[in-house]
Design a protein around this ligand. Sequence first.
Ligand SMILES: Nc1ncnc2c1ncn2[C@@H]1O[C@H](COP(=O)(O)OP(=O)(O)OP(=O)(O)O)[C@@H](O)[C@H]1O
Ligand SMILES: [Mg+2]
Length: 229
Amino acid sequence: MIADIIRSEKLHKYYEGEVKVHALRGVDLFIKKGEMVAIMGPSGCGKTTLLNSLSGLDDISGGKVWIGGKDLNELSDNKKTEMRALSMGFVFQFYNLLPVLSAVENVELPLLLAGKTKDARKKAEKALDLVGLSHRYDHRPSALSGGERQRVTIARAIVNEPDIIWADEPTGDLDTETSDKIMDILCKLNEKNGHTMILVTHEDRVAERADRILHMESGLIEKDQNNGT
Ligand SMILES: Nc1ncnc2c1ncn2[C@@H]1O[C@H](COP(=O)(O)OP(=O)(O)OP(=O)(O)O)[C@@H](O)[C@H]1O
Ligand SMILES: [Mg+2]
């Protein structure tokens, strides 16, 4: 399946708990293939929920999401997992690197899980080369700096050459210089390889590099800003 275009219509998400939270309140969205979109907004406004809902990681409560023309409501969990494995990459904080695996093994893993075993090691090395970690193949995560770990996470997200990359605060804990380097890598991937990129950030200097900035507020997109240069 080619996951090229992302669309949502009246997308609602409730969390049912002791207190019911209406986290997405009817989000209408259209993202074109190859777009680089930044999502901003205050803590708790629904940014992570939106990524989880659009990527099919989490079930939605109402409305519709289409990825590459496929209605996610009509796909089984297995199909959604397969779609993610084959056509999406994730740079999420809860998608941690496995501590017992080396950098190159961590990057190789999505290929093995997707059954793409041919040349998996070579592809993993190439992805690490792309993020400037040719000299760190065999290091375990504990022997890498924060910025290096984040770059391994990016290498892991791109190793499958996914149509869509979802990143939730990819530069969150990093200093400005490292953050700029990470953004250089993501922008280059977007420009050169045409990956669609959706990234959540709190930082203006990160968002400025996207084609488009979505400003969220209380579960809705309040402003959809074209960042035309
Ligand atoms: N699993 C959950 N169960 C119940 N409520 C949740 C759950 N996950 C998130 N929420 C609530 O939904 C709302 C949106 O959360 P979300 O994580 O999407 O915010 P966010 O914009 O990503 O915030 P941050 O910038 O702090 O990461 C918040 O009010 C949060 O408390
Ligand atoms: Mg969040």
